[in-house]
Design a protein around this ligand. Sequence first.
Ligand SMILES: C[S@@+](CC[C@H](N)C(=O)[O-])C[C@H]1O[C@@H](n2cnc3c(N)ncnc32)[C@H](O)[C@@H]1O
Length: 209
Amino acid sequence: MKKLDYRALPFGLEDLPEGWFSANQVNLLYQLALATPGPILEIGPWVGRSTSVIARALRKRGERIAFHTVDYGIASEAEWKALFGSSVHTKKDPDRYLRHINQPGGTIASLERNLTAQGLREYVEIHRGDFHAVAPAGPFALIFCDATHSRQEIDRNVPALLERLSPGGILACDDITPELEAHLLTRFTFRWHHLDSLLFYATIGDPAA
Ligand SMILES: C[S@@+](CC[C@H](N)C(=O)[O-])C[C@H]1O[C@@H](n2cnc3c(N)ncnc32)[C@H](O)[C@@H]1O
């Protein structure tokens, strides 16, 4: 696959929920979701910014393509601490997290609310829990993962994602620095790969095949 060029999008960033997904990443993920034969798996929607991008592509296509998203769905400060080992109050802007965690239903409630507000809820099946335990087996033609922020997360999570990827399927990972890209290329063999605006996207396999 050739590296994607940016295209005009039929929606603005202001139409999307808050989150960590930049304009370039939105553009690239939207194109990947437009092109995939599906089904699609997302790990780490938080409150639905990247999820909305994928669901908007599916709505635009007008065809039924299964799209599963999986998140811990953190619903208390204690749960946050148990998962990440430090208090949410050590984050730069704790309120950004607390307003979603400290409500009935936790972050999944915000995810559902945000999808519903955009008319996108019907395009997404939401799963709560550690994806290793609750993600469907697939295989998926496109997996977008927002839980590969360190070498440790890559080592723990990418093998479980590759088990769920169909032959020739695309794995896309957010927040991949050049250093993490080098780690991915050391650990796994990709037929092709691209890194653009911290979004890594690739197909596993022999480059010579
Ligand atoms: C940086 S946030 C995602 C941001 C989001 N994609 C956006 O567009 O704004 C990472 C998310 O991954 C989730 N997560 C991390 N590891 C996970 C795992 N093993 N299983 C399920 N969810 C996980 C966290 O709960 C968190 O919601």
